[in-house]
Design a protein around this ligand. Structure first.
Ligand code: ZN
Length: 201
């Protein structure tokens, strides 16, 4: 058995940090040390920020995004095009699209993808509320910006069926050659998708 090198409070801090994505036990220990060394300018503000987040963060009842206001900042933003809803699996996908600043629309966060083997059926995702929104007069198009995985695509297929009776165009992201991609390095699936979704120049 290895000897303990710190009190239980510090060990707990390390253990919790090690649960964060991208941090293993070794880097969690480094992070804990950095926090302890910089108690005033890092540890205390971080503890404050986490406490505020615990108290204030809520899931937006309209779109499933997380924010400290409800409805969320994006749903409240009147400068966004109300006719387009971009559907994503997770909040991280919404953040990625917002970072790219390529779309000025509202979103709908499903909270994952369909995965029957893990017991995740349509009732576990925010699909019912999406269908409700798609029936609103303002909405003209629903863009399914789901992952290009088997689960993402079968979720997109299911949602397309659910939206059949709503008066909206259902679109999805293009698939194919990435920007800066060299054909020689692409897998067969990506090449096949690129050929299939070719367009006239
Ligand atoms: Zn929202």
């Amino acid at each position: 058995m290895s000897k303990k090198i710190a009190g239980p409070e510090i060990e707990r801090l390390v253990q919790l940090l090690a649960r964060l994505p991208g941090l293993g036990p070794r880097s969690a220990r480094k992070a804990a040390l950095a926090l302890i060394k910089r108690r005033q300018d890092l540890l205390l503000p971080l503890a404050d920020a986490i406490k505020t987040a615990v108290e204030k963060i809520v899931e937006c009842p309209q779109c499933g995004n997380v924010d400290t206001v409800s409805p969320c900042t994006i749903c409240r933003d009147e400068r966004r095009d109300p006719s387009l809803i971009v559907v994503v699996e997770e909040v991280g996908d919404l953040w990625a699209l917002e970072r790219a600043q390529v779309v000025n629309a509202r979103y709908h966060v499903l909270g994952g993808h369909l995965s029957p083997l893990d017991g995740i059926g349509p009732d576990k995702l925010n699909i019912g509320s999406l269908v409700g929104r798609a029936h609103s007069d303002d909405v003209k198009e629903v863009l399914l910006a789901l992952n290009a995985t088997v689960e993402g695509q079968s979720t997109a297929h299911y949602i397309t069926g659910e939206l059949a009776r709503a008066n909206v165009i259902v679109s999805r992201l293009a698939q194919g050659v990435p920007i800066g991609g060299e054909l020689d390095y692409l897998d067969e699936g990506t090449l096949a998708a690129a050929i299939k979704s070719r367009r006239q120049v």
